[in-house]
Write a protein that binds this ligand. Structure first.
Ligand code: F6R
Length: 241
């Protein structure tokens, strides 16, 4: 894993967007794996700026999001569908039919949705560049500690810490999801290239364990060390001191 440490979050976001933009220019019909959460927000803003000011073209780009809460329909304001529309898709020239996010709608057959999603990723030819954040507990996508490195897209129960973190996005603690659909660790490792982003002191310990502890299912992000083309961009705040 190559590690780049930036002085601050803004530089992390610019470096991440520059890497994604270079990949799109090299392969205009690239397939991207995309995260939600706080960490990639600056990267999305910078990609939007590059679309506006530098004609970065998303018209042939395909995307697969990493995860979605179970029990939230795509029009739910706290769904990752809504996040992606508000924070990114509505501001670039990406075709709606080229964007893919697991459907966590209540009443849907979630296991069938997981199989459909994994097949759709495979059917697209696979993910060229997958961007992931990291949880304070070392999770990647919603692969919580203990997840098998051979896991594929599936329904998972969220860790208590993950649910606690999600609370800030759910007004009045209403209907906070406790489970999700996530792509698996094997799905992540199948991507041709992976970009790991980490910012914030709350991530420092997980980052340190990812980079230095023995590779183990107790630190899901450590699986990334099994892949031959991973770049981690951390800012100073996410470095253990
Ligand atoms: C989100 C996802 C999660 C987050 C992680 C970090 O799609 O898969 O693994 O990347 O929980 O979240 P933030 O960036 O909010 O600290």
């Amino acid at each position: 894993m190559r590690v780049l440490v930036t002085p601050d979050y803004r530089t992390l976001s610019e470096e991440a967007a520059a890497l994604v933009a270079r990949a799109i220019r090299a392969k205009p019909d690239i397939t991207l794996g995309l995260p939600t959460g706080n960490t990639p927000l600056g990267m999305y803003e910078e990609l939007i700026r590059r679309h506006r000011d530098e004609s970065l073209d998303f018209s042939r780009v395909q995307t697969f999001n990493l995860d979605e809460y179970l029990g939230l329909a795509p029009d739910h304001p706290q769904s990752y569908h809504a996040y992606m529309r508000d924070r990114f898709f509505d501001h670039v020239n990406i075709a709606a039919e080229n964007t893919h996010i697991p459907d966590g709608s209540p009443g849907r057959d979630a296991d069938a949705e997981c199989r459909r999603y994994e097949d759709a990723i495979r059917g697209s030819g696979g993910i060229d560049l997958l961007i992931v954040g990291i949880g304070a507990n070392g999770h990647i996508a919603f692969n919580e500690p203990g997840s098998s490195f051979e896991s594929h897209t599936r329904v998972v129960t969220l860790a208590t810490q993950t649910i606690e973190n999600a609370k800030r996005h759910f007004p009045n603690d209403a209907n906070i999801p406790t489970s999700a659909i996530t792509i698996g660790i094997r799905t992540i490792l199948n991507a041709r290239r992976i970009l790991l982003l980490a910012s914030d002191p709350s991530k420092a310990e997980a980052v340190e364990r990812t980079l230095r502890d023995p590779i183990s299912e107790s630190v899901p992000a450590s699986a990334l060390r099994l892949h031959s083309d991973v770049i981690a961009i951390l800012d100073e705040s996410a470095r253990q001191r």
